[in-house]
Design a protein around this ligand. Structure first.
Ligand code: PEP
Ligand code: MN
Length: 360
């Protein structure tokens, strides 16, 4: 799949002076709930009203959505508020029904993007539609799988495309419900600068008080929009209660976000600078994470050495590492002086760790 300008025409044609905003409840629960939220969002910056009607839940027996009945409620939202509406589709029947009910935009959920069979089925059912289709990243951090899903949809003739970054599940404990893994989103943007990229801070954080910070981070990385779950009574929502915000909090979030518009040279410079700084912040966090992992491995070696009563400092091995890293550094434009300084510092920290283990 090639990057094509036409992929983002649907968004550019909206001529928005702010990032695209998609908001509404995780799930449509009742007709009253859907309409009440929609009316509260009507005169805000929200561009598309969202509500899930077929809900992929981790375990059976949980609320699995109201089903096709919800399509009628979304039609009512359109009629009463004039807002455009969108919902999640996960198979050919969903697509057929959503298109028949003139739903304005569709998205594919993270649990569907993981399956090429499902993606092909959805792509075939979408053939020829001019509605925008947004593809969420797969549950697992696999950029190729995400791009493959998008390619299937695009190849079936859907030209109005977008991607939603909703974070990735991990086995390790994390403060996020789904780790953002920003480096994957950045790689996505580098490969496909013309596919609109929407951030979903609700599913990344899983907690409403973290939604603002993730939204700001996304805008600093030049994301094209936000999808934020919104409910008038989040605590009593039938799904994803902890992460939904109220309509008034959403308005406050939108007001507080620093949205940088590309209007003049100065602002463009600021945009470019912020974008690069945001990338550096992501990379710095990765460096710290990697160094932490390196120390954990080194602690393991410390424990082994203790068992076998072996000296902490192994000069031969250390000189081998240094030599290899100097060469590796050259390939990446890093000076020998820098590599030596950096690795000496890393090595010293490892020795300190291991000594603590052996003597502790
Ligand atoms: C949702 O948007 O409510 C949803 C189920 O999201 P995801 O596919 O990202 O888990
Ligand atoms: Mn949800």
């Amino acid at each position: 799949m090639e990057n094509k300008k036409e992929m983002r025409a649907w968004l550019d044609d909206m001529n928005l002076d702010h990032p695209l905003v998609v908001a509404g409840p995780c799930s449509a629960e009742t007709e009253e709930q859907v309409l009440k939220i929609a009316h509260e969002l009507k005169d805000t910056d929200v561009n598309y009203f969202r509500a899930g009607i077929w809900k992929p839940r981790t375990r059976p027996g949980m609320f699995e959505g109201v089903g096709a009945l919800g399509l009628k409620w979304l039609q009512k939202v359109k009629k009463e508020t004039g807002m455009k509406v969108c919902t999640e589709v996960a198979n050919a029947t969903h697509v057929k029904l959503a298109l028949e009910h003139d739903i304005d935009m569709l998205w594919v959920g993270a649990r569907s993007t993981v399956s090429p069979f499902i993606m092909q089925e959805i792509a075939d059912a979408l053939q020829g539609t001019d509605k925008p289709v947004l593809i969420k990243n797969p549950v697992n951090p696999d950029l190729a799988l995400w791009l493959g899903g998008i390619e299937r949809i695009y190849s079936s003739g859907v030209k109005n495309i977008g991607a939603i970054h909703r974070g990735f599940s991990t086995y390790e404990k994390s403060k996020y419900r789904n780790n953002p893994e920003w480096q994957l989103a950045i790689e996505f943007q580098n490969k496909f600068p013309d596919i609109p990229l929407i951030n979903d801070p609700s599913h990344i954080t899983g907690k409403r008080d973290m939604v603002f910070d993730i939204s700001q981070a996304a805008l600093d990385l030049n994301f094209d929009g936000l999808m934020i779950e919104t409910h008038y009574d989040p605590d009593n929502a039938w799904s994803d209660a902890a992460q939904q915000v109220t309509p008034s909090s959403l308005v406050q979030i939108m007001r507080d976000l620093k949205i940088r518009k590309e209007t003049d040279a100065e602002v463009e410079y600021q945009n470019a600078l912020n974008n690069l700084r945001a990338k550096i912040d992501v990379i710095d966090n990765q460096i710290i994470g990697l160094l932490g992992n390196r120390m954990v491995a080194s602690d393991g070696i410390g424990a082994l050495k203790k068992k076998k009563n072996v000296a902490v400092l192994q000069s031969k091995r250390w000189n081998e590492i240094l030599g290899k890293m100097v060469l590796e550094g050259q390939d990446h434009g890093l000076s020998e002086e820098f590599i030596l300084k950096m690795f000496k510092a890393i090595h010293q920290e490892s020795i300190n760790h291991q000594e603590k283990i052996i003597n502790g």
